[in-house]
Design a protein around this ligand. Sequence first.
Ligand SMILES: [Cu+2]
Length: 182
Amino acid sequence: MNNQRHSFSLVSTRTMPLNLLLLFVSISLGLMLGCTNKLDRPDSALAEQGRLTDSSMAKSEWNIAIEDAWARPTKAGMMSAAYFTMYNVGSVSDSLVQASSNASKDVQIHLSYMNDGIMVMEEQPFVAIQASEQIPFQPGGYHIMIIQPTMDMQEGDSISLSLYFKSGMIIEETIQVGNPAK
Ligand SMILES: [Cu+2]
């Protein structure tokens, strides 16, 4: 009986000061932060600056770009595909989740691959890209499928290509019809 009481009081005397200390630290930390805010500028200006800082930070993380983009020439109502290299030079991963073009209302993200000696292609719900990664969209691999374009797409023409990312980033480019490497 005595022992139990004794140990109970030991626990409480040990924990109570620690709780008080933590409480004191958090209160003084809050007061310090509060003071700094008041000295610097009104709360509204601080909030405004916070928003600006946030958006510029977000932009610096949105470092995805495409290069060497082109689309395969085709006739209206047939099939075309857009190719490019997608770079992530930022420090955060992202995912390509959708694509669109003025050439067609039906634009899909596809992956071609060999299956039992036959080339097949499949629509992809997304293509993830890690920080510092580069992913080729090329014949025989990832590509943007432009299904039944509403216009002839001839060598030298150009079409719009928009790529939508999970982060909210959108890449909008005008790309050439015809492979520039040929
Ligand atoms: Cu395809």
